[in-house]
Design a protein around this ligand. Structure first.
Ligand code: FAD
Length: 793
């Protein structure tokens, strides 16, 4: 095996901390390395050319790139080496930026970079060429969420000739935009611009709209997702003409959700007059079953015996556009929402000011129906707050400016105050919009109110004007709160799709800068406020971007996917069935007494860790390759305690990278080995790690319930807990093995976990006393434990 090692400076990002010459010289001394070089930016075209030239000049079989995280440019380097004539899977990346130069100081970082290169070379020696897997792509797409994002994405894709299934949980599509009165900064009527799009989506021959429906189950993989949709019983059939006679006679009245509870609706209802479809729904929770609606329905559309229906569809891609909700401002009791009738939320204000809303567009106090003469708007209610949500909700400043102008337009005499922390007006025409509000006589007070109380029918707002440095008290007739924008409550769906949440609970993208509309799961895309708080222009732009990424994928009709999947070495397999039993994806079957792997394998590696004869292996993550990394992780003069961490690709490895991005320092004696899923970690790897010099081992995966491979992390948990029990039984301290869950956004947690673990290990006696026990335990695990017991490990 002829290996080339290429060390990247990444400008000063790596070279500013790591002694590149020392790393290059060390790499050249390693077995099988025939050339070691450095470059300022390996990802630049000249850097890639350098690699390609060296492959030809030195007749290389495999390449090690020591640079940024493999999550960043692994695909790029695979392409580079493929173009230079070697198999793209003959590549290993040593992460000497996110997990080295960005988290350690000079000197120690150089030592760690050398170790990471040594581990990568050890793995590269065992790399094998792999063939890409070709799969057919179903040219159909599932769009989840029928707000403006979902509607826009559906229309874009249908126009390009793809079949679209648009699933919305409410009885009508439209989302929050349908509830808005006017839209900043142009002040168009919201439903006037959204309504035609809703109708267009409904009428489009290639868009199948499922309202009052939810996604029940998703299986499969990019190009071939199988989806079950639950169409909830509306108790009103498609024969409904939307005439509304039923609702006029219905005796039941309940708060109307669309009107934010400011008006009532009947138990048989349409959410709003422009609803699409214009089809009534019976709210089964409140219906008395009197049958009056059925008696008067001339279309005979009422069906009290209707049942939920499960519809099964096959799609190639999925777009998630499930939008947002508002933070529950009752939790911030100092503002009195829920106690004082005239303290309302911004979305309630939208309905109040809307000509089709509960007051016909008249801005009145809810307590006495009188026109308010002095109105306060309070910004950042729950946003930018240590007590609630730390992030900025992005759109509140702008919609509040819109609200103030709407008041001034309707009644210029009204005194309007905005209590703000900073005014954030970033967008085309937004700054001008702000100045327009100022010029119309709106008062701006910099400071977050501390308390609101009611006295003599007036609301008294206690706030500090931070520009004047003075605590003040103001009197108002009405107060409008701008609650934080939070992601729609969709944990079940998120887990079904295996999309991680970011630290604020929004859906996480594959790469914040380079793949902002793709989920980390191939074939799944994200649009609108499901991703982060956004205004309508950005939502629409992101929806079109997601649609175009999905279309680009489906247009190929065939897709080549990475062969990082399971394969069987037939000579070693004796058909014990354990791999089949452990597989969540039904991707393994038996033929002629041997296992074989089907194309829907996801490559999690749970089967390989369970296989008692090492017959099951994972491309790019074979036992031999991982064990080679393990045995090269430590030098005997490395500082103690030494820690080896097995990190799953999607969450905990990304979490370690996030620690790097945030430049969080943690002890240098922690080295990571990337696996696709924590379920890939064979207990043998852990034991070998101890025998190779580790004082402690970390196995980290996605949070329980968030695994990208359904229950992979539960399998890891079960195995590692058994292993800990075995360690105790053999006289090895079980505290040396740490099992933990770290998400892709939890850089801080990663740094803390490893720091604390190193401290904990320091408090334990030297591992030397336990080595003999470890050797005995290793022999037991390797040779004597029965097949079944081995599986439960
Ligand atoms: P949403 O509108 O929230 O739509 C998401 C849809 O997904 C909903 O219909 C929901 O029912 C559905 N859904 C959720 N979960 C599921 C599920 N599991 N299965 C199926 N369906 C599901 N922006 C502007 O540009 N100009 C303005 O003037 C403006 N004013 C605003 C005023 C207020 C008070 C607020 C709060 C926001 C305002 N915005 C404004 C922002 C605007 O509302 C958003 O940009 C826009 O609505 C985002 O659209 P969306 O499709 O991403 O999300």
């Amino acid at each position: 095996m002829r290996i080339g090692v290429f060390v990247c400076h990444c400008g000063r990002n790596i070279a500013g901390v790591v002694d590149i010459d020392e790393v290059v010289s060390y790499a050249s001394s390693l077995d099988n390395v025939v050339i070691a070089k450095d470059d300022r930016y390996l990802c630049s075209s000249s850097g890639q050319q350098e690699v390609a030239n060296a492959i030809k000049e030195y007749n290389l079989d495999a390449v090690v790139i020591a640079a940024c995280s493999p999550r960043m440019h692994e695909q790029l380097f695979r392409k580079t080496i493929e173009e230079a004539g070697i198999n793209p899977y003959m590549l290993e990346v040593a992460n000497i930026r996110e997990q080295c130069s960005w988290v350690h100081t000079a000197g120690e970082a150089t030592q760690k970079a050398k170790a990471l290169v040594r581990m990568a070379v050890a793995k590269a020696k065992h790399l094998k060429p792999l063939e890409k897997i070709q799969i057919e792509i179903t040219p159909k797409v599932l769009v989840i969420g029928g707000g403006v994002a979902g509607i826009q994405a559906s229309l874009d894709l249908a126009e390009q000739g793809f079949e679209v299934y648009l699933v919305e949980k409410q009885p009508s599509i439209g989302g929050h935009m349908a509830m808005l009165d006017k839209t900043f900064p142009t002040m168009d009527c919201s439903i006037c611009i959204l309504g035609p799009k809703m109708v267009e989506a409904w009428r489009h021959e290639r868009i199948h709209v499922f309202t009052y429906s939810e996604v029940e189950e998703v299986s499969g993989y990019v190009g071939n997702f199988k989806v079950k949709i639950r169409k909830k019983a509306r108790f009103v059939t498609d024969a409904c003409t939307g005439c509304g006679v039923c609702a006029t006679l219905c005796p039941v009245e309940v708060p109307n959700e669309f009107e934010m509870g400011l008006a009532n609706r009947k138990a048989i209802y349409i959410p709003f007059p422009q609803a699409v479809p214009l089809q009534y729904t019976i709210d089964a929770e409140h219906c008395l079953g009197c049958g009056m609606c059925s008696d008067v329905c001339s279309a005979s559309a009422i069906d009290f015996f209707q049942q939920d229906k499960i519809v099964e569809i096959d799609v190639g891609t999925i777009i998630v556009a499930t939008g947002y909700e508002l933070y529950d401002v009752k939790k911030l009791s100092e503002y009195g929402y829920g106690r004082f009738k005239d303290v309302i939320t911004s979305l309630e204000f939208e309905r109040l000011v809307n000509a089709a809303g509960p007051t016909g567009g008249k801005i009145i106090r809810l307590s006495d129906g009188k026109e308010p003469k002095r109105i306060a708007f309070i910004q950042c209610v729950g946003s930018r707050s240590e007590r609630a949500k730390k992030y900025c909700s992005g759109i509140c400043c702008m919609y509040t400016l819109k609200h103030t102008m709407q008041i001034k337009e309707k009644n210029p005499e009204t005194e309007v105050y905005v209590f703000y922390m900073d005014i954030r007006a970033v967008g085309k025409g937004y700054e001008e919009f702000y100045w327009k509000a100022r010029d119309s006589g709106v008062n701006f007070v910099r400071g977050r109110p501390a308390r609101i109380y009611e006295e003599d029918g007036k609301l008294r707002v206690v706030a500090e004007d931070t520009l004047l440095g003075k605590p003040l008290e103001y009197e108002f007739d009405m107060v409008v709160l701008a609650p934080a924008i939070i992601p729609a409550e969709n944990d079940k769906l998120r887990q079904m799709l295996a999309i991680p949440a970011d630290k604020d609970g929004f859906l996480m993208e594959a790469h914040a800068k380079l793949r902002p509309v793709e989920a980390p799961i191939s074939g799944i895309f994200i649009a609108g406020c499901a991703h982060s708080p956004k205004d309508i222009p950005s939502t629409v732009a992101q929806a079109s971007a997601a649609a175009s990424r999905a279309a680009a994928l489906m247009a190929k009709r065939k897709l080549e996917i990475d062969p990082i999947t399971a394969y069987v070495i037939p000579e070693l397999c004796f058909g014990c069935n354990l791999c089949k039993e452990v597989c969540d994806f039904n991707a393994i079957d038996m033929a002629w007494g041997k296992a074989y792997v089907k194309p829907n394998c996801t490559g999690c590696g749970a089967c390989a860790a369970a296989c008692p004869t090492n017959a099951m292996q994972i491309g790019c993550f074979t036992d031999v390759q991982i064990l080679a990394q393990v045995s090269e992780a430590f030098d005997f003069d490395d500082e103690k305690p030494r820690v080896l961490a097995f990190l799953c690709n999607w969450c905990s490895y990304a979490g370690a990278d996030a620690a790097g991005l945030a430049r969080l320092k943690y002890p240098v004696n922690v080295k990571a080995i990337r696996v696709m899923c924590s379920a890939r970690v064979d207990p043998v790897f852990v034991i070998k790690a101890f025998l190779s010099g580790a004082d402690g081992v970390i196995v980290a995966g996605c949070h329980l319930g968030d695994c990208h491979y359904m229950t992979g992390n539960y399998k890891a948990k079960r195995r590692m807990e058994k292993l800990q029990a075995l360690m105790e039984q053999f006289g090895v301290r079980k505290e040396r093995l740490l099992l933990t869950w770290i998400s892709a956004s939890e850089g801080e947690k990663f740094a803390k976990v490893v720091t604390d673990f190193v401290e904990k290990l320091k408090s334990l006696p030297d591992i030397d006393d336990e080595i003999r026990n470890l050797v005995r335990m290793s022999q037991e695990v390797e040779n004597e434990v029965s097949l079944k017991e081995r599986n439960s490990l």
